[in-house]
Design a protein around this ligand. Structure first.
Ligand SMILES: [Zn+2]
Length: 301
């Protein structure tokens, strides 16, 4: 079952029903909104053997896709923070064969912004000359990192945080509702893992303190946050800190949008979110020093 995203789902259903599927979609939106879930349900609907009830969740195709075991469905995700050219070459080999169970092939590339530049160029050729009837879904929270030539060959579908009522279908916990900020994936992971929920709440407190400091105090904080001998071992904590900063900034943005609109403050917060998201992405996909990254970030705020 898909929670929320009704407009996006109706759009995808009508594309199937009207038989006007584009060759490639780009599902854009923040992490943990359920984009991958929608992609899987969409492909089930295309492949489902019970057209009237698609996706029926019970036929061979639906069950195989759910287990990511369907011979005509290829799921690609980063390996060690990167999608490499070998993964795309392997995909091209698979695409040169005929579909086995279905008439089409479906490819989902999760975190497509992790395609490195060689892999992007190689993938572009696949998009330019499809070998068989194939549908691609690229999923990304940072679509602008992709080559313009890839973006322009995809039909963009944007995803947004869900309404409170939607998240209430997952949990009645007001605390989780508050902290998940409309992200079903977050609500589910908080429910499943109390420790990660506690860690996130602690990190939010630190991030709030950090954000309210002046520049000099921020630098002193960073100095303490990274003891000399442990500078490179704080990737996870730094990533959580950045995520918590984004949480506060988004919250501030909501308050600003709903309250008195001060255009400058609004733009400043939006810019700070963009910069922090970019920093988080760099931390996740490169070997950059987390300390340098944070120092650089606060200088640009
Ligand atoms: Zn089915």
């Amino acid at each position: 079952m898909i929670i929320g995203h009704k407009r996006q789902w109706n759009f995808l259903k009508s594309a199937i029903e009207g038989n006007h599927l584009p060759q490639a979609f780009l599902f854009e939106g923040e992490e943990n909104l359920g984009k991958k879930k929608v992609a899987f349900e969409f492909i089930k609907t295309i492949f489902c053997e019970n057209i009237e009830e698609a996706p029926c969740q019970n036929c061979q195709s639906c069950l195989l896709i759910e287990k990511n075991n369907h011979p005509d469905f290829i799921f690609i995700a980063p390996q060690k923070r990167e999608i490499k050219i070998d993964q795309i070459r392997e995909l091209q080999n698979k695409l040169s064969l005929r579909p086995t169970l279905s008439k089409t092939k479906a490819i989902v590339i999760n975190d497509a912004h992790c395609l490195n530049i060689q892999a992007q160029n190689c993938f572009l050729k696949t998009l330019e000359e499809p070998k068989s009837q194939t549908i691609f879904i690229l999923i990304s929270s940072l679509p602008n990192i992709l080559l313009g030539t890839i973006q322009s060959r995809c039909e963009s579908l944007k995803f947004y945080p869900l309404a409170k009522e939607d998240i209430e279908q997952i949990t009645a916990s007001q605390e989780i509702l508050h902290y998940s900020l409309g992200k079903p994936g977050k609500a589910i992971s908080f429910l499943k893992n109390q420790n990660s929920f506690n860690d996130f709440q602690n990190s939010l407190k630190i991030a709030k303190e950090f954000l309210t400091k002046d520049l000099l105090s921020k630098f002193l904080f960073i100095k303490e946050f990274f003891p000399k001998d442990k500078e490179d071992s704080k990737n996870e904590e730094s990533s959580l800190l950045l995520e918590s900063m984004i949480w506060h900034l988004r919250k501030a943005l909501w308050i600003r949008v709903e309250g008195d609109v001060n255009k400058n403050a609004l733009l400043k917060t939006k810019k700070a979110i963009e910069l922090t998201e970019e920093a988080k992405m760099l931390l996740q996909t490169t070997n950059v020093s987390p300390r340098l990254l944070l120092e650089n970030l606060i200088l640009n705020f």
